[in-house]
Design a protein around this ligand. Structure first.
Ligand code: C5P
Length: 240
């Protein structure tokens, strides 16, 4: 599998024209582009349609977290946008995840749509073990928590999770080989961590078994973004 099928570029910008320019600039290294809250709130669903027109896939990263009925119905609206994948928070609970999956499957059958992959967010890569215990009040480790949430997502019939590279092995222990693991918090040795705490290099994440790596600032905030993505792609290919 070429590196471009493993890399997801986060379009963390607030201007649709600029986002589409980035799709053109980085399309040779990336097949899936991530539309997050900033771009979606500023530009709306049209930007997704335009990325699709360029022949690229979209991961809609809105991290839905609400009561089962609200998330399931919102997921149906997302399904009509025909994104390749979207995500919901596993901590929204089993019922929320199951209802969302059911609602998406039902709509796809009814309207003959391609079913998007439904991905569960576990514990954000920006949270450190210390914050997790002291601020959020959990007594167990992040790894134990992520493993539990991933196991719930798997049992709910979701397609995969977003998790840091540090928890991949634990997740693989409670899911099967088809379960997708998307890893953000990717930082090559030459890039600063920014607000991310549980980071890994591209090579480490691939060696740990991540299916997709999400990269944002370590490409877009570099003085030479094309050079940065080329180095990351090379690191992935070498690690595969
Ligand atoms: O710039 P950076 O590479 O840190 O960007 C990571 C991207 O992945 C951001 O768009 C962020 O919203 C997203 N993300 C994350 N941690 C998660 C889920 C998504 O950093 N658990």
């Amino acid at each position: 599998m070429p590196a471009r099928d493993r890399l997801i570029l986060a379009l963390d910008v607030n201007d649709a024209d600029y986002a589409l320019e980035l799709v053109d600039r980085f399309g040779q290294w990336v097949n899936t582009f991530k539309v997050g809250l900033e771009l979606f709130v500023s530009s709306g669903p049209e930007v997704i349609e335009k990325i699709h027109q360029k022949g690229k896939k979209v991961f809609l990263d809105l991290k839905l977290h609400d009561i089962p009925n609200t998330v399931a119905r919102t997921a149906q609206m997302i399904t009509r946008m025909q994104v390749d994948m979207f995500n919901i928070h596993a901590s929204g609970g089993m019922e929320m995840m199951k209802k969302t999956r059911e609602a998406v499957v039902e709509l796809c059958l009814k309207e003959n749509l391609k079913r998007p992959k439904i991905i569960a967010v576990t514990v954000l890569t920006s949270i450190s073990q210390e914050e997790f215990k002291k601020e959020m009040g959990f007594q167990h480790s992040i790894k134990t928590h992520v493993k539990h949430l991933a196991s719930m997502a798997y049992k709910a019939g979701l397609d995969g999770v977003v998790a840091s590279g540090h928890e991949i092995q634990a997740i693989r222990g409670v899911t099967d080989g088809n379960f997708i693991i998307i890893t953000p918090g990717i930082r090559p040795s030459w890039a600063p961590p920014d607000d991310q705490k549980r980071t890994m290099t591209p090579k480490e994440a691939i060696h740990s078994g991540a299916n997709y790596l999400v990269v944002g600032r370590s490409v877009l905030r570099q003085p030479e973004p094309e050079k940065a993505i080329e180095l990351i792609s090379l690191e992935i290919v070498t690690a595969l």
